[in-house]
Design a binder for this molecule. Structure first.
Ligand code: PEP
Ligand code: MG
Length: 852
């Protein structure tokens, strides 16, 4: 039994810390890094590790797992204990590290905290020396180090004698004399990770003043390394420093200079020369001026809508704080929890029966959240203290959700939304209202984010459009809105939240704007446009079953993009000639584990059968990473997720996951005209590895060959399309990614949205090259990015020689109609002119002039 408990020795409590990793003890002063050697981060020891498993040195609560997974902070008996594996390992951005715990988790001595690939990390990092540091030394009266070899979780590394009086931190001299610095841009390239945080905390401790770092709404105690790290400050982030006390002005000056300096360089020495305070970059919200009252976001679902703002606000139900009898309140809470369970079970079953496994899985995940001990324990404690069940429950779930949503990790933030969703469900049961949200007619629903439960509770006949301040063109809300044919703008300027309820606004889902002060003239223009649009939609739909053939007899395949099994049945109704892109990742999202082979095969087969034997179904293998994280995949946090382990890179690195999906697709291929393609292919080696896996599984299953192709969405693939075309059966151009990678503009950044134009001639030239490569080997080319549904782009894509256009379901009839209005010969000329244009605006002008 490992010894790690508190034991009084010299009259003071002592905590024995076990070695978290096996190896040889190295005194801190011998660590070749001044932050550790000079004990700027705190006192402790280092270990030259022989093992690759890091375990808890004592019973503790995990306070933080660093974004780069190389460091874990624990709290035990009021001590902050930082375990930092290797030197400069933050630069590996998580590669080679596999955390086994999460912030907030309780651990026992000897429990595994993280594992690392010792050979890999040793090769890539400056050193493997692993530091075990107590960062709040004000709680330490004495530290007794050991020496020699230690075995992880077994041998004591050092003992800490605790101070009897923890209140050694100087109190602010005057609470009301706060001084706030000018904003400072953090100069450390990799942000305030352990080392720079330690330098800042050490500097702060030299002053008597109470010093706080502010990042937006968040605040950290500048003396605490842990508190600073928990702020998750990235390089280039803007902070302000707030100080109180007699030497606050001097302290602020020192900290601001330090924060602005490149703390990464020289490991701490850099602050000696105070760098000038970097000016705060003033980023225009867009390069395209917008009129007053117009708020910008990302075009998430096309269409125009006029309506009245309806704020879907969460957690604002009025509840009494004080409860009746605690036992009675606890019973009320328990019965609301079980009623919520029953509701969720009902929803889950209904969706399963409707073969909507993806959404069923969301509600299954919500059921699990209802059992989260962190939330339940906190609520029970508040009830015991005399709070009402509703008050206690709301406090418990919102505080936990707030903590999650404050993290930079997109996966954790996603869990916060789920927790709020399920939390509100229970709250409504407690306060006696489970009725759907009463949305007034002609509502523009405005929210920070919309959950599946929110949208399920909305009366869709009254909703005209959706606006969220979070999300992107590829987020859930965008996909949901596009499927429903509702205009939507995501990532809207948060000022929308302050627009009074009932305000008449215009939502432009094509441009991604919300006009909060539309003039009467503008409204009438829009009403007229809506009437024309709806008439055209009806006309297009009436002939949607006809093929899309140009006036000079050239046939173009028009197919649909789908993201859910249930959408398969709608494709034929709008004249879709198949599915050009099944985004299979949506079957994997909003659930706790990946669907197994049988479940996937069943889902793919359901779509294949809905399409019938003659309509193609192109299933794209899992494309997670980037803006689509999967909580259960243990993907290390990355500084640039869109340039990281995404798409086929991720599935090739997880052969079991990939193999399961490939087998499921192959099994379903006997039920229809199924093809498979891989996302994010950049290199021939990736294609070959993925294709080889498909062949192996196909032979093992004994099924006939199916077409196997690649997404062309990385310029590298477009540029050597000819080489790919020798081996791949077809190409599908993903213009959403191809544009972001060609222009180096994040597709989810609302401020760049107006500039990320897939009609930029650079993107068109890559498509031209892709088609040329395909033609050389008789392959076909589809376009499945949003450009395929852009009516301006249709003549150009046809002119460039694209064979298939794959658009969102509601857009299919319009794309087919557009094709029928064009001639191939004219489209070729239009494409030629577009390739010579200077930018996307010029391209649009050419199209407007030639194909009005
Ligand atoms: C694309 O990148 O254009 C594409 C179709 O894939 P996704 O939008 O799912 O990344
Ligand atoms: Mg893509």
């Amino acid at each position: 039994m490992p010894e790690s408990t508190l034991a009084p020795i010299t009259g003071r409590a002592t905590l024995a810390l076990l070695a978290p990793v096996s190896g040889v003890i190295v005194p801190l002063e011998d660590v070749p890094d001044p932050v550790f050697a000079q004990r700027l981060a705190g006192d402790g020891l280092s270990i030259d590790p022989l093992g690759s498993e890091v375990v808890a040195p004592c019973d503790a609560v995990v306070r933080q797992v660093h974004r780069a997974s190389h460091a874990v902070t624990l709290e035990a008996s009021g001590l902050e204990i930082v375990i930092h594996v290797g030197l400069d390992t933050v630069l590996l951005q998580g590669a080679g590290f596999h955390p086994a715990v999460k912030a907030g988790q309780q651990v026992r001595a000897g429990d595994v905290l993280l594992r690392f690939d010792i050979d890999d990390v040793a090769r890539r990092a400056r050193s493997l020396l692993t530091e075990v540091i107590v960062s709040n030394m004000d709680r330490v009266a004495a530290l007794r180090p050991r020496s020699g070899m230690v075995v992880a979780g077994h041998d004591v590394l050092f003992e800490v004698e605790l101070t009897t009086d923890p209140g050694t931190i100087a109190a602010p001299a005057s609470a009301d004399s706060a001084i706030t610095s000018a904003p400072v841009v953090v100069g450390a390239r990799t942000g305030l990770h352990a080392r720079p945080a330690a330098v800042v905390a050490a500097a702060a401790r030299r002053f008597a003043a109470d010093l706080r770092l502010h990042k937006g709404e968040q605040e950290a105690n500048a003396r605490s390394v842990v508190s600073i790290m928990a702020l998750e400050v990235g390089g280039g982030d803007t902070l302000t420093v707030v100080g109180r006390g007699s030497d606050a002005a001097e302290a602020i000056q020192a900290l601001v200079a330090l924060l602005a300096s490149d703390l990464d360089a020289g490991a701490g020495e850099a602050h000696a020369e105070a760098a000038p305070v970097a000016p705060v970059a003033i980023v225009p919200s867009t390069t395209e001026p917008v009129a007053e009252g117009v708020l910008r976001g990302v075009a998430a679902s096309p269409g125009l809508a006029i309506g009245h703002v309806f704020h879907l606000r969460h957690d604002d139900t009025v509840v009494e704080q004080r409860g009746a009898d605690p036992a009675q309140e606890q019973r009320a809470l328990e019965s609301a929890l079980s009623a919520a369970h029953v509701q969720l079970e009902g929803l889950r079953q209904r969706l399963t029966e409707e073969a909507d496994a993806d959404h069923a899985a969301i509600f299954a995940a919500h059921q699990e959240l209802l059992e989260d001990p962190e939330v339940l324990d906190r609520a029970a404690a508040l009830v015991r203290a005399g709070d009402s069940a509703a008050w206690a429950w709301r406090q418990a779930y919102t505080s936990q959700a707030d903590r999650l949503s404050a993290l930079s990790n997109a996966v954790m933030r996603g869990r916060a939304t789920d927790l709020r969703d399920v939390g509100r469900r229970v709250l409504q049961l407690l306060v006696g209202g489970s009725a759907p949200v009463d949305v007034p007619a002609d509502s523009i629903v405005v929210a920070e984010d919309l959950t599946p439960s929110d949208t399920a509770a909305l009366d869709r006949t009254k909703v005209r459009a959706l606006c969220t301040t979070m999300g992107s063109a590829t987020s859930h809300v965008a996909i949901l809105a596009r499927g429903l044919g509702l205009p939507a703008v995501a990532g809207v300027d948060p000022r929308i939240l302050a627009v009074p309820a009932g305000t008449r606004v215009v939502v432009d889902g094509d441009r991604g704007t919300v006009n909060t002060t539309p003039s009467a003239d503008e409204e009438s223009r829009i009403v007229a446009r809506q009437a024309v649009d709806s008439e055209r939609r009806e006309r297009d739909l009436a002939v949607a079953m006809e093929p899309a053939t140009t006036t000079d007899g050239h046939r173009v395949e028009v197919v649909a993009n789908i993201g859910a099994v249930s959408e398969g049945a709608r494709v034929a109704d709008v004249g879709g000639e198949g599915v050009g892109l099944l985004r299979s990742e949506f079957l994997f999202m909003d659930r706790r584990t990946a669907p197994d082979e049988d479940e996937q095969a069943k889902s793919y087969r359901t779509v294949a059968r809905a399409l019938g034997p003659d309509r193609i179904l192109v299933i794209r293998t899992l494309d997670v990473g980037g803006d689509k994280p999967l909580p259960y995949l243990d993907v290390a946090a990355e500084l640039n997720p869109f340039l990281g382990e995404r798409g086929v890179r991720l599935t090739l690195a997880r052969p079991e996951l990939f193999r399961t999906q490939v087998r499921a697709i192959l099994r379903a291929s006997t039920s229809g005209k199924v093809a498979m393609m891989f996302p994010m292919i950049a290199k021939l080696a990736e294609w070959r590895a993925a294709k080889a896996l498909v062949e192996r599984e196909r032979e093992a299953l004994g099924v006939a060959p199916i077409p196997v192709g690649i997404m062309v969405e990385i310029p590298a693939a477009a540029l050597i399309a000819e080489q790919f075309a020798r081996e791949a059966d077809f190409f599908s151009v993903g213009t959403n990614d191809l544009t972001q990678y060609t222009m180096a503009m994040d597709r989810t950044n609302p401020r760049l949205a107006p500039q990320v134009d897939a009609l930029h001639p650079s993107v068109l030239r890559l498509i031209e090259r892709t088609v040329a490569g395909a033609r050389a080997h008789g392959r076909w080319v589809g376009v499945c990015g949003a450009l395929a549904g852009d009516l301006h782009a249709v003549p150009i894509l046809i002119g460039l020689g694209v064979d298939e256009l794959s658009a969102d379901i509601p857009l299919v009839p319009a794309v087919k109609a557009r094709v029928r209005s064009l001639s191939l010969a004219e489209c070729r000329e239009t494409a030629r002119l577009a390739l010579e244009a200077g930018d996307g605006t010029e391209v649009r002008a050419i199209v407007a002039q030639r194909h009005p």
